[in-house]
Design a protein around this ligand. Structure first.
Ligand SMILES: [Zn+2]
Length: 434
């Protein structure tokens, strides 16, 4: 009989081959249905009862299944993963991004790390448990959802608003962007568990001015006004704030590597983290990156409006202060509104964290686990509204030289075959003892 470890690679590869690109355009037909049906069929094949929910718009498929545990008085554990991926341009890739090709020890394709690899691991373990009649210590709820890459409006967010009963009794959850290994200079390895994530604020800015002929004097030019405002914002440094997860992470790294960590100068410690410093550095302060700018239609016409979009990421507890600081930087005459998702944070302790440490330790003796804050956001933000405590725990043991964080939404996204097999073994142990 096929084991979870044996089938995880083909599951990942087949999931990648189902193109579930999401552009974020709500008028376009959803692409997740085929992947959701694939997952539902794989679960049904081994005896799960699945609930298929198409949320709000056509084609935005979600699948939920529950495996009853030994102790119904304990809260359930949610294992969730998103089925959508960001688009990929085949011209830029060395393999077709939707081939799911397995070569050179990697599974290649869009979604390999974000996050069909984890979906495949969860699916493989769920199937194995059913085949073997495993009764986990508590209920496990498996949810494979749509639309994470565009905010979860047709996925997690929709399910939380319209089908909360599917998550009845769930107290804790695991999902993406945590559980992967990093190897420090000197060879010590740690697995980063996501215990917090920054809030998201997608800002729309608009400036109005006087329209007119481009040859004349203009003191009230909307384009110039908005360009100056976003330039101020782009060069502004928000205050450095050392939050608990970041402090615990840097203290842990100091212990493992001997690199001293000075509380008064965390940036010095972050600068020595190599590839990781891009992401960890972004969790020391709020950030605001201008991503879109739109104005005008002809060389000799001054337009009456200009618009810009800013991707801002806010530390836990900073929402109000950020808004005030933002208003001051933008100054008068700039209109702003936004979509936002709150930061989330939990503590790095308890039985579930112990189970993670034990499962990792059993497969990689001597390795440590450390908490960290994700600079981006995930579906955890939606599930948090049901009072669910969230951890990023999609275990992968990675080769030291792999620039893992660059693979998210990157060209030639791929995941090592051995890492998927390792992760499946860890997840199996973890879910048996959670
Ligand atoms: Zn993701």
């Amino acid at each position: 009989m096929t084991t979870a470890e044996q089938e995880v690679v083909s599951l990942a590869s087949e999931l990648i081959a189902i193109d579930t690109s999401s552009t974020g355009d709500p008028t376009v037909l959803g692409t997740e249905r085929a992947a959701a049906e694939y997952v539902a069929a794989k679960l049904a094949e081994v005896g799960y009862e699945t609930t298929y929910v198409e949320s709000g718009a056509r084609g935005r498929g979600n699948v939920v299944a529950r495996l009853p545990g030994a102790d119904p008085s304990r809260g359930a554990l949610l294992v969730h993963g998103h089925l959508d991926v960001v688009p990929a341009d085949p011209a830029e890739w060395s393999v077709h991004p939707f081939s799911g090709e397995v070569k050179d020890g990697y599974v290649w394709g869009r979604g390999a790390v974000d996050m069909k690899g984890m979906v495949a691991m969860a699916l493989a373990v769920a199937r194995q448990f059913k085949r073997d009649g495993v009764v986990p210590p508590r209920d496990l709820v498996f949810a494979f959802v749509a639309d994470e890459e565009a905010g979860g409006f047709y996925g997690a967010r929709w399910l939380v608003d319209h089908r909360p009963e599917l998550f009845e009794g769930v107290t804790e959850a695991i999902s993406e962007v945590g559980g992967f290994s990093v190897t420090f200079d000197g060879g010590t390895r740690a697995y980063l568990i996501e215990t917090a994530e920054k809030g998201v604020m997608w800002l729309r800015l608009k400036a109005n001015g006087s329209a007119g002929h481009g040859s004349m004097l203009h003191t009230d030019n909307a384009v110039a006004k908005l360009a100056a405002a976003v330039t101020r914002l782009g060069s502004h440094r928000f205050p450095l704030i050392l939050t608990d997860p970041v402090r615990q992470f840097l203290e842990g790294v100091a212990e493992l590597t001997g690199i001293p960590f000075d509380e008064n100068d965390p940036e010095a410690a972050v600068a020595r983290l190599g590839n990781l410093s891009r992401m960890i550095g972004a969790t020391l302060r709020d950030t605001a990156n201008v991503t879109m700018f739109e104005a005008g239609y002809k060389a000799n016409v001054v337009p009456s409006t200009a618009r810009a979009t800013v991707d801002a990421r806010i530390l836990p507890g900073r929402e109000k202060a950020f808004e005030a600081e933002l208003a001051e930087i933008l100054g008068p005459g700039i209109e702003s509104d936004w979509d936002s998702l709150p930061p989330v944070q939990t503590s790095f302790d308890g039985r579930l964290v112990d189970a993670m440490a034990l499962a990792i330790g059993a497969e990689d003796p001597g390795a440590r686990i450390l908490p960290y804050m994700l600079s981006a956001g995930t579906d955890a933000k939606s599930f948090e509204r049901l009072g669910i405590r969230h951890f990023g725990f999609a275990p992968l043991r990675l080769p030291p030289e792999l620039d893992f964080t660059a693979l998210f939404h990157g060209v030639d996204e791929r995941v090592p075959v051995a890492a998927l097999e390792f992760g499946t073994r860890v997840l199996d142990r973890f879910l048996r003892s959670c």
